[in-house]
Design a protein around this ligand. Sequence first.
Ligand SMILES: NC(=O)c1ccc[n+]([C@@H]2O[C@H](COP(=O)([O-])OP(=O)(O)OC[C@H]3O[C@@H](n4cnc5c(N)ncnc54)[C@H](OP(=O)(O)O)[C@@H]3O)[C@@H](O)[C@H]2O)c1
Length: 235
Amino acid sequence: MKKNVVLITGGATRLAKEIAISLTENNYLVVVHYNSSKKEAINLKESLGDKCEIIQYDFLSNHTKSFFNDVLNIFGRLDYIINAASIFTKQGLDEIDDELLIKYNVIHSYVPLLLTNYLYEDLLKKERIGAVINITDAGLENPSLNRVPYYLSKESLSFQTRLLAKELSPIVRVNEIAPGLIMASHADKSYFSKMETKNKMGIGNSYDIINTILYLLKANYVTGEKIKVDGGLYF
Ligand SMILES: NC(=O)c1ccc[n+]([C@@H]2O[C@H](COP(=O)([O-])OP(=O)(O)OC[C@H]3O[C@@H](n4cnc5c(N)ncnc54)[C@H](OP(=O)(O)O)[C@@H]3O)[C@@H](O)[C@H]2O)c1
């Protein structure tokens, strides 16, 4: 039997990289998408060997259809997409402009929407089924005005999860994972250590997300669901 192929966007670094590694350990073939992290992507490919291929694409360059076709050609099939590529900067209402809002929406919502639709068209033609997992953020439960473009565009990704789950069923299942505090960036380190003691379940780790992904990839009767993986941070 042929192995299933997963595209993971933004997969050369941090959390999505850990997900990519784990998928190869669980019998999946992985296409790791990257934008600027070429060195990290090449290192990952070298360590994972034949189970992994890498592909570069800047989501802001408006060639998503040809990117999708290139992904499809790598292993000759695509079964699953994990939409993880993201940007995360602090901007209050007084700092935002058209360009920034468009950028966030393209990366977090428009490209995932196109990729999901292209996957649907391909699987429909080939009479196969697949799934998409959108990675959003548990912080959508309590968004802050510090990151207006981030929360607006992630909420749009969350909304499209439900919308597409209905439309694309039963060919493509579409689900959402909303992580809480999992992997701190440089700027977040002090906030994470404060929350480590404040949240009764502390900080999560990449396996908390990976286990949920492994479940959703195989959950053939589950679609349109959001699973918060946040150690009870937001109820
Ligand atoms: N880390 C956490 O604790 C946490 C918490 C809540 C939600 N999440 C979500 O989980 C996912 C993974 O988290 P993370 O912290 O590992 O993500 P991250 O470091 O913020 O970024 C993921 C990737 O997005 C890619 N990216 C950025 N701009 C792009 C563009 N213009 N075109 C294409 N790709 C682009 C980057 O690729 P290159 O490096 O190749 O440029 C980067 O590797 C994200 O969706 C994030 O929002 C994470």
